[in-house]
Design a protein around this ligand. Structure first.
Ligand code: ZN
Length: 725
């Protein structure tokens, strides 16, 4: 257990707080009952570098925050470097600090702007003096040696799960909150850094908690690995609660806010506010990636605020921290987060700026956000489709075969839903309650392989209540630990069971196809094949599971097994037709179930074939069995979301159309339009006014029955249709 704060430190802390109060540095009160968390709509972060004190101009930054209409700031306070006159022994003051207090100066300035302030600490590294005084505070690598910092060899990486964080950083946090009355402490890199730690504390704690030795390999199938993942989450959760309790003891409204929760379920349980640290693209990143992060947080946070941290620079592995991206790139990254329910948070390293081109870009983004703030305070999403976010699958499912990554199934499904312009949310596996699930008509399981019995039961009950399901591949074939079941946990819901006694997965298949069947009863094709009228067959995926139906029925799609793809003389089907279904469809009263026994979503991510997109789109539409809440006609790739505010409804259109959309820094925005947007209105409801927020124009909607149509002339990056009640 950490030491309680010593009397000497307590006196130092309270004396410092008193001194600051007498100089006028007192904090304005925050509403205590509900907390301050939901107030800030726009965040800024200034991360100082050690030689900033005396060199950077706090007034410049405060003036910039004012021009941004920023409501809250996160400011460098302590950890690796203290930017205030700390009294905690071994807490390294900036070598440039002298008698100054740049953190205090900025806090005071932000208070004067009526901003909330969160102190940023970074506990992940220390200097030689700390190592000499407390060698056991340093992270230890698997070879038993203390871990030097990978980027700065003058520093040592700290053990995140031992006394350095539990004791030393706890004192630092308390000192900062006591001296400055900040609204919270945000810890960057607070979880283990640079690799797993094998220090004496971690060894002892793990042994005491699990009876095992720390695993030395990251093999997901190793039971020790599973214990390790659980233990790490538990230990970080304990650290979160410990820091948070200390901070609240000093100031009840303040919170500890981790940069990255131990897992999303813990965020749901502990957090009043969360920040998603996904600053920019890296490598091949789809342009909806930041919106996806927003959906992940929304799934667990519900209405609680989530801010999306974005950088103005490149976030590539070469780490140019002082770089600046193009305006369309920054704009699109923020727009997709905003459209998906996150609030903007710009972060900048270094108080001294070299390249100033980003300043007016962020100002334009924030100004738009400020002017339209009331349409951005979302109460709830109106999406009718939800995609399951399974952290268990990410952590414990190794795939069905070499080359099968569960993550790629999710990426493919996400891309397909975006391309199909389906407004959708994510739901989290730990929160499959009727309250969370029932607003949706369709739940999608994109190879959600690792599900517990209770989670399967929650999904089964959802279908029983009239929900529909679209599931692919190994969904529910494993338990929550990644251990394979004898059959799908949802076999009864899918209407299929595993067939094979030996190999259950076929693939990677080359040159396999699917026949498009005609229903013998009606002589017509099933609606799931709409748009594929011109062909008798389409390409198959790459992996398929050998399954059997309890009650065999004709399927609209059947397997054509792979046949040689070389030499060309040999490329003809050996078996032209089978009755092996490639999709299983069932009607369950009000709900419908679609199960694909093959990797349609993973192959789509891999190959992006349009026929697979059509099938996925049709599958979701058939399962929904209701008109979509919003439809958008016209060219382009758009992320479409729909939200309710207190007295309005908004439809966000984020234009992802760009020749560089899957790679990176955009050169320019490519406007799309005109677009026709149709929305189903609740019975008897007519908007009093429809505005295109970015265009700044009133729209004249056409209303037929309960369907409202609005023409949007053009969307460059982001347009919002705001429908006032
Ligand atoms: Zn350790």
């Amino acid at each position: 257990m950490p030491d309680p704060i010593t009397r000497r430190e307590f006196l130092q802390v309270t004396a410092a707080a008193g001194a600051l109060a007498s100089t006028g540095l007192t904090w304005t009160g925050s509403p205590a009952a509900d907390g301050w968390f939901d107030r800030p709509m726009r965040w800024v972060q200034l991360t100082l570098v050690e030689n900033d004190p005396g060199a950077f101009d706090p007034d410049f930054w405060l003036d910039y925050f004012r021009r941004l209409h920023a409501d809250a700031a996160t400011l460098s306070a302590g950890g690796i470097v203290a930017y205030y006159p700390t009294a905690v022994p071994l807490h390294h003051r900036s070598a440039w600090l002298k008698e100054s207090d740049p953190f205090g100066t900025l806090v005071k300035g932000c208070r004067a702007l009526n901003m909330n302030v969160v102190a940023r600490v970074d506990p992940h590294a220390v200097r030689d003096d700390v190592k000499a005084a407390h060698p056991d505070w340093i992270s230890v690598a698997a070879d038993g040696r203390p871990r030097r910092h990978w980027a700065n060899p003058d520093l040592w990486v700290t053990c995140a799960l031992g006394p350095y964080n539990f004791d030393f950083m706890d004192r630092v946090n308390r000192e900062i909150v006591a001296m400055y009355g900040v609204d919270g402490v945000f810890a960057n890199r607070w979880a283990p850094q640079g690799g797993d730690c094998y220090c004496v504390h971690c060894q002892d704690n793990f042994r005491r908690a699990t009876g095992r030795e720390l695993p030395r390999t990251p093999d997901r199938r190793d039971p020790a690995h599973r214990s390790f993942v659980d233990w790490r989450i538990a230990r970080l959760t304990e650290l979160w609660k410990h820091w948070d309790a200390s901070i609240r003891a000093v100031r009840a409204e303040a919170r500890f806010i981790p940069n990255g929760p131990p897992d999303m379920k813990t965020a749901a349980e502990l957090a009043d506010i969360q920040f998603a640290d996904f600053q920019a693209r890296r490598g091949l990143t789809p342009p909806w990636a930041n919106g996806r992060r927003a959906k992940e947080f929304r799934a667990v946070m519900g209405r609680k605020p989530v801010a999306g941290i974005f950088s103005v620079g490149l976030e590539e592995p070469y780490r140019w921290k002082d770089s600046v991206q193009s305006e369309p790139e920054i704009q699109l990254w923020v727009a997709d987060a905003t459209a998906n329910g996150m609030r903007p948070w710009v972060t900048k390293f270094s108080g001294v700026i070299y390249d100033r081109r980003w300043l007016p870009i962020v100002e334009r983004i924030y100004d738009w956000h400020y002017r339209h703030e009331r349409y951005l305070r979302n109460e709830r999403s109106l999406a009718r489709v939800a995609l399951l976010h399974s952290e268990q699958t990410e952590a414990f499912h190794a795939g069905m075969a070499e080359g099968d990554r569960a993550a790629d199934h999710v990426l493919g499904m996400y891309q397909a839903l975006v391309e199909a312009r389906v407004p959708f949310d994510l739901v989290h596996e730990a929160l499959l309650t009727p309250e969370r699930l029932d607003p949706y008509k369709v739940l999608v399981l994109a190879d959600a392989a690792a599900l517990s019995d209770a989670q399967c039961e929650a999904i089964r009950a959802y279908v029983r209540r009239g929900g529909s399901l679209v599931a692919t591949f190994a969904s529910s074939l494993f338990d929550e630990s990644g251990v394979r079941r004898g059959d799908f946990g949802l076999a009864d819901v899918f209407g299929v069971s595993l067939a094979g006694r030996g190999t259950i997965v076929d693939g990677p298949m080359h040159n396999s196809y699917l026949n498009l069947e005609t229903d013998p009863a009606t002589g017509r094709r099933h609606p799931i094949l709409a748009g594929l009228e011109g062909t008798p067959r389409i390409i198959n995926g790459v992996f398929r599971l050998d399954v059997r139906s309890a009650q065999p029925a004709p399927s609209p799609l059947t397997l054509i097994p792979q046949y040689p793809d070389l030499p060309m003389e040999d490329v003809y089907p050996r078996v032209a037709h089978t009755d092996t279904p490639a999709v299983y469809l069932s009607d369950r009263g009000r709900g419908r179930v679609v199960y694909f026994p093959w990797d349609i979503d993973r192959t789509f991510w891999d190959v992006l074939a349009t026929d697979h997109l059509l099938l996925l789109k049709n599958a979701v539409a058939w399962a929904a069995n209701e008109p979509p809440v919003v439809e958008v006609d016209g060219p382009g790739v758009l992320d479409v979301t729909v939200w309710r505010q207190r007295a309005s409804t908004t439809i966000h259109l984020v234009n992802l159309t760009n020749p560089m959309m899957m790679k990176g820094p955009l050169r320019e925005a490519i406007p799309v339009g005109p677009l026709m947007v149709r929305m189903r209105l609740p019975e008897g409801r007519r908007p009093s006014k429809v505005t295109l927020l970015t265009a700044g124009t009133r729209a004249t909607p056409t209303i037929e029955g309960n369907v409202m149509s609005v023409r949007v002339p053009s969307v460059a990056v982001h347009e919002v249709l705001a429908l006032d009640d």
